[in-house]
Each structure stands twice: as structure tokens, then as C-alpha cells.
Design a protein around this ligand. Structure first.
Ligand code: AMP
Ligand code: MG
Length: 357
């Protein structure tokens, strides 16, 4: 019998993020069409894509990520008309929001059509849909001829990947290809808005804020109370939001308060941990970086530059793992526009441990 050689190395293909190479995109599209998994850049984070309408592809995604199969996948589309294929009906709000924010970092939850297998939606009757604003992602959807189910391309529980290298670290050998389009622009996952509730409800904060959404909709947008509660009394509606997530391996504490008090407190805590023989990291802004005496001080960006903070957050959490630190102290980043989205991720990474000074 002829034996087939299986190449266990995942293929990393560099592609231009603005004008991706036709041949590479065709190859990647064919893999998706054949039921394989391909990781690709989007403007938010890297996604792990498979054919959204094929249950076996969803099963492969869950297996590769080690993701619980009750945690539904977002379906990525390239044209608004694709929404008609996956939605039972299109709520009028979806048209308004798509016009304002698609392609872009907004995921909408609508009632699902029969075309979407329940494996893709984790057994739910609703489906999450997004049109990504990235030439590589859009071209991959078009070339594959499929709609692409894609969660973030990390091992479940780890920080989401913002560079192709992060994907390789987590998933190499388990997926067919990684399209490397360089570091992503936004760095945190899409805003999720649920349009099946009485009032539009944000299930996951992101780059598009509740204020931006309600301005376009001309109605109130509420925030899922389950994502604000630090305890387990209210469950978040998005199944994925209940899991420990974005977490580095080390324990992490956020220190919040007035700048000088924060710097003093963190330095005091660092000294205590170092006296116990522990390697300690501090996550700080450019303004305060030089004032810390830790083994590793990681600069997340200027305090006033919230886009940079979002963009660097996951890479920095991954760096803490690589540096094998035992404890992480982070400043808090309550920035005006996307601070809620940033803090949602940071709080989860820290298991909601916040020290107020
Ligand atoms: P990720 O794909 O890793 O960015 O995670 C997708 C997030 O969307 C997870 O938190 C999911 O639980 C959530 N999600 C996907 N589909 C639905 C849905 N139909 N209803 C509620 N949340 C959803
Ligand atoms: Mg994820």
C-alpha cells in the first residue's frame, strides 16, 4: 500500500496585507473549501478559519484550540448579502449598523437560518456574524467560496494572537496554514452586539463603543450586566465571556489610583516579591516606565494613546509568559473611548484582582 507523507509543519505564508498574493490566497481558499483550517489576519486579532457551514470544520476548530464546544464561533462574511444566508431574518438595526461599521470590528448576533449547523453556533439558535476590515480576510472568504467560521487563533484561555508568530506558538502542527499579514491594527477582539434582545445589548466591549452604536441606531444600547460583574452572580450572555481568558501564566494584579501612589505601591510590592526570590514584571505606560525597579518593565504605550495600548496588550501578556515571570503588576488603563474594552481584557487576565490605592 502506498503510504502518504503527512507534513506536520504548518505552512506560514507571508502575504502583503494590502495586496495579498493571488496564488497564496487561492491556495489558502482551496484549503478552507476542502474542510481544512487556515489562520489569517483581521483588523482585530488573528482568526482561525474553517468552512462555517460544515460541522466537521467547526469540530476541527474546537479541537485545534482546545475550545469548549458550547462556545460559539463568529461567522465571517465578505458581502452584506451573505447575511441573508445565515440569518433567519435581518433586523432593521443590522442594516443600519452594517452601513456604518462594516467592514469593521463589529459582530452582530441574529437568529440563525437552517443553513448554519449547530456545531458552529455551539448549539445556540442565534449566530454571530462579522465582516472583517482586512484585505487578506476578505480575499480568503471570496477565494474559498465559503463563509468562514473563525474564533481567535490562540489556544483556548491564552491571550489572542496579534501576530502570525503567536498563532504558530499555539497551533503549529494542528492547522494547515497561517497567512502572515504582519501585526494587526486594533489588537482586541470585535465588539459584539446582540440584536435578538428587546434592547440592543453589547455582550463584549471592543473598539466600537456603546455610544457609537446608539448614535447610529437612534436608540438606547445596553451592556450585558454579566460582563461587568466581577463575581459569578450573573452569567455573561456570550458563552465565551465566562471562561478564564486572555490570561498569562503568572498571577497578575492591577494597581489602580493616582499616578504617584500607583508607582510607589507597585515598587513596594515588587520589592516584597523579589525578597521571596520571585521574578516580577510590571506593565506600565511610557510616562512611568523608568520609575519602576522590577526585573522586567514592559511599556504598553503612551497613556494618551489608547489605540497603542489596545494594540500592544496581548503581545505584552504573551511576553510575560516567555520571560517566565512569577508575578505581574499592571497599571490600570481607564482610557476615555476604548478603555472599557481594554479594562475588560485586563481584568480577566488578572482574574479581577485590583488593588485600589
Ligand atoms: P472569539 O471568536 O474567540 O473572538 O470569541 C467569540 C465570542 O463570541 C465568544 O465569546 C462567543 O461566546 C461569542 N459568541 C459567538 N456566537 C454567539 C452567539 N450566538 N450568542 C452569544 N455569543 C456568541
Ligand atoms: Mg477568543
Amino acid at each position: 500500500m502506498e503510504s502518504k507523507v503527512i507534513d506536520m509543519e504548518t505552512l506560514i505564508k507571508k502575504v502583503d496585507s494590502e495586496h495579498p498574493d493571488e496564488r497564496a490566497m487561492e491556495e489558502a481558499g482551496q484549503l478552507i473549501a476542502a474542510g481544512e483550517l487556515v489562520a489569517f489576519p483581521t483588523e482585530t486579532v488573528y482568526g482561525l478559519g474553517g468552512d462555517a457551514l460544515r460541522p466537521e470544520a467547526a469540530a476541527k476548530i474546537y479541537a485545534a484550540k482546545g475550545r469548549p464546544s458550547d462556545n460559539p464561533l463568529i461567522v465571517h462574511i465578505a458581502d452584506f448579502s451573505d447575511l441573508e444566508r445565515v440569518a433567519r431574518e435581518i433586523p432593521p438595526q443590522a442594516r443600519k449598523l452594517a452601513e456604518a461599521f462594516w467592514p469593521g470590528p463589529l459582530t452582530m448576533i441574529v437568529w440563525k437560518s437552517d443553513a448554519v449547523p449547530s456545531a458552529t453556533t455551539g448549539g445556540m439558535d442565534t449566530v454571530a456574524v462579522r465582516m472583517p476590515n482586512h484585505p487578506v480576510a476578505l480575499e480568503l472568504i471570496r477565494k474559498s467560496g465559503c463563509l468562514i467560521a473563525a474564533p481567535s487563533a490562540n489556544t483556548s484561555g491564552r491571550p489572542s494572537p496579534t501576530e502570525a508568530q503567536h498563532v504558530a506558538e499555539d497551533l503549529s502542527g494542528r492547522i494547515a496554514m497561517i497567512l502572515d499579514g504582519g501585526p494587526v491594527g486594533i489588537g482586541i477582539e470585535s465588539t459584539i452586539i446582540d440584536l435578538t434582545e428587546e434592547k440592543p445589548m453589547v455582550l463584549r466591549p471592543g473598539y466600537i463603543t456603546p455610544k457609537m452604536l446608539s448614535e447610529v441606531l437612534g436608540e438606547e444600547v445596553v451592556i450585558d450586566p454579566g460582563i461587568i460583574a466581577a463575581d459569578d452572580t450573573r452569567k455573561p450572555k456570550a458563552p465565551g465571556m465566562k471562561y478564564k481568558h486572555y490570561a498569562p501564566k503568572a498571577d497578575m494584579v492591577i494597581v489602580d489610583g493616582q499616578e504617584n501612589a500607583v508607582v510607589d505601591k507597585i515598587n513596594e510590592l515588587v520589592r516584597q516579591k523579589q525578597a521571596e526570590g520571585m521574578k516580577v514584571a510590571v506593565i506600565a505606560t511610557e510616562e512611568t516606565t523608568k520609575r519602576y525597579d522590577a526585573d522586567v518593565v514592559l511599556c504598553i504605550g503612551r497613556r494618551s494613546d489608547e489605540d497603542a495600548i489596545a494594540q500592544h496588550l496581548y503581545r505584552i501578556l504573551r511576553e510575560c509568559d516567555e520571560l517566565d515571570v512569577g508575578e505581574i503588576y499592571s497599571e490600570s488603563f481607564q482610557t476615555p473611548r476604548i478603555g472599557q474594552a481594554i479594562m475588560n481584557r485586563l481584568l480577566k487576565a488578572a482574574g479581577h484582582t485590583v488593588l485600589q490605592v
